[in-house]
Design a binder for this molecule. Structure first.
Ligand SMILES: [Fe+2]
Length: 180
């Protein structure tokens, strides 16, 4: 048995504004909406066919600001070209972006319209001991960015190909499963 991640439900204050941002800028589709728990509106959003909702908005947030319980929600995109499309859209919204590479990711951090922390990232070919983080230059082309990332992290602890990390984790998870 293993738990797999499905969704997060956020309390929201200005639901139309949040909905606009998550659909128009981040690319979510509304999969359902309706009243819940005493007529509070809940709106479900997803970008994955097999997931009814990855995010949902529950109306009734009183104070807008950074959460005191979660630092950010993170969403993965397929590759650098997809990440660059998102970055361009976020720039059009005049958002402050914080580009950080964790060695295993190229990430950009920003805040949504109600100051929830969001990370969008794609994987690099490598893994490295975490936490690790370096600011990356969003103007570098793919080849230069790969070279920069290898140079920055190659001497870090447990630097190696993504495949090796995944294989090790599969062995560790199988060992736990075998104990059940
Ligand atoms: Fe993260």
């Amino acid at each position: 048995m293993a738990l797999s991640w499905s969704h997060a439900v956020l309390f929201v204050q200005d639901e139309p504004r949040m909905l606009d941002f998550y659909t128009r800028v981040l690319g979510f589709q509304v999969t359902d909406e309706g009243p819940i728990a005493g007529d509070r509106k809940i709106t479900f959003l997803s970008q994955e066919a097999a997931e009814h909702h990855q995010v949902a908005f529950l109306a009734g947030r009183e104070e807008v600001g950074p959460s005191n319980s979660h630092a950010h929600l993170a969403f993965r995109v397929e590759d650098l070209s997809e990440l660059r499309v998102l970055i361009a859209r976020l720039h059009e919204e005049s958002l402050t972006l914080r580009p950080t590479s964790h060695g295993n990711t190229w990430s950009v951090y920003f805040q949504d319209p109600e100051q929830n922390g969001i990370e969008i990232f794609c994987d690099t070919p490598w893994q490295v001991k975490q936490p690790a983080g370096e600011t990356w230059d969003m103007s570098l082309d793919d080849e230069a960015l790969l070279a920069w990332t290898r140079e920055k992290f190659q001497d870090a602890e447990r630097f190696g190909p993504q495949e090796e990390f995944i294989a090790r984790r599969e062995r560790e998870l199988a060992a736990v499963d075998g104990d059940d």
